[in-house]
Write a protein that binds this ligand. Structure first.
Ligand SMILES: [Mn+2]
Length: 427
């Protein structure tokens, strides 16, 4: 029943798109999921022979209504963003389609077609819900691989990927080591968490003991270079090695690995693809990510450079946190990382994700932004989206996001009040 309602809603949106013959504005979220969603909707609009213009936003600000109204579009489509800002979007004069999965704030008006999987008890990313529209509009499932990348790239990811079944997506049970296509295998092993292989030299020795070459033709061997026989030998040896330690569970190293057969090199692994998109978004190069999703070879070269720069920056920030322990203010319920100008606002979310340990306290990160303070939160113990949204409202700011991963922007001078409000609400 619900699915039928969703299909109806999607078809109303598709009709609206088909009947629009002026330039359509697309506004998407500036993150891996948002870039994927933008790529999917762009492909749909292109195939329907529509003119369109894509803009990326980190969040919806009140000024967005004026910016869009100036362009005088008949239709604006929001992907992976919008549901949390319905009151702001009401000031936009065009018709609006929202394809988003963030928590809903406000009641949609008559000129809005609001499509959010939460209303249908579905767990889908922004790219996922946009893909459902694409599938309905194009009557094919060729954009499913991009939806998988967006879903894996989204912070709230836990959805099952059955909905994206597609001949270009191969699922194979196997070793789950990061960097199947790009990382030297010995490096993947070193960081795999297997106690006996926790250094480069041990990992190299481990490989030579089981007769797997570490290099071929001068290049480091990656997991994807191994033939089936070598993979089996590696798997058996890892299980043996794992059995030596009581705490290590070898089955944590196995999972259903996805391969995107329609993409090349590292983009075949959706985790690596999502990592690259995330880097493009956080380094403010979403167009590179968008082109990558749409199959541009030139974009891949650029994206690799963006990823290198991104990793360098993350490394610097992590070292800064390490050498400045006083930047973390600890209370009974939560830790607050106050980075001020030391961490870029676009990367505070990534740093908080990396520092956050699910079994420990909720972690807040604060970084100075151009118009206030950017806050990013991760938790496993309570609904941070509610707390952050409420506290931001009291502090003349705005917040939103998901149950266990949320964010906000508040005026600079409201920081202490914000922390105070969060503390009292957590209690
Ligand atoms: Mn998303």
């Amino acid at each position: 029943m619900l699915m039928k309602e969703l299909a109806n809603l999607l078809n109303i949106a598709i009709e609206k798109i088909k009947n629009t013959n002026t330039v359509i504005q697309v506004v998407s979220h500036l993150d891996a999921d948002g870039v994927s969603a933008a790529a999917i909707i762009s492909s749909v609009l292109y195939q329907l022979k529509k003119d369109f213009q894509v803009t990326f936003v980190k969040m919806i600000k009140p000024e967005i209504a004026d910016t869009i109204n100036e362009r005088e579009p008949k239709l604006t489509i929001f992907t992976d963003v919008g549901s949390g800002y319905i009151d702001v979007l009401k000031k936009i004069k065009s018709d609006i389609i929202i394809l988003d999965h963030h928590e809903v704030e406000g009641t949609p008006s008559d000129n809005m077609i609001h499509i959010n999987p939460l209303d249908f008890d579905l767990e889908l990313s922004g790219a996922g819900i946009t893909y459902l529209l694409a599938k309905e509009a194009l009557k094919n499932n060729t954009l499913a691989p991009i939806a998988v990348v967006g879903t894996i790239g989204d912070v709230s990811y836990s959805a099952d990927l059955k909905i994206f079944e597609n001949p270009f997506i191969e699922i194979e049970r196997g070793l789950n080591l990061f960097g199947r296509y790009t990382r030297p295998l010995y490096k993947s092993l070193e960081y795999s968490g297997i106690p006996g292989i926790n250094s480069s030299s041990k990992a190299l020795q481990f490989m030579s003991e089981i007769g797997i070459e570490t290099q071929k033709n001068g290049d480091w061997v990656t997991l994807s270079d191994l033939d089936n026989d070598e993979k089996k030998r590696l798997t058996d040896a890892i299980i043996r090695e794992g059995l030596k330690s009581k705490s290590f569970k070898a089955d944590s190293l196995f999972s259903n690995n996805l391969t995107l057969k329609s993409f090349q090199e590292e983009l075949r692994d959706p985790k690596e693809f999502a990592t690259i998109l995330n880097a493009c978004a956080n380094m403010n190069e979403p167009a590179t990510g968008l082109a990558l999703c749409l199959g541009s070879e030139k974009a891949l070269k650029e994206a690799r450079g963006v990823l290198r720069g991104y990793r360098r920056l993350i490394g610097n920030y992590m070292r800064w946190v390490e050498s400045n322990p006083d930047s973390i203010k600890k209370t009974e319920k939560a830790d607050y990382l106050i980075a001020d100008d030391n961490i870029n606002e676009n990367l505070i979310g990534t740093i908080v994700s990396m520092l956050f340990k699910p079994k420990e306290k909720t972690l807040f990160g604060f970084a100075n932004a151009e118009d206030g303070i950017k806050i990013s939160v991760r938790s496993k113990s309570f609904d941070v989206q509610k707390v952050v949204t409420e506290a931001a409202k009291i502090c003349n700011g705005r917040g939103g996001g998901h149950e266990f991963a949320a964010g906000a922007t508040i005026p600079l001078e409201e920081k202490d009040k914000f922390i105070e409000k969060c503390e009292s609400m957590i209690k």
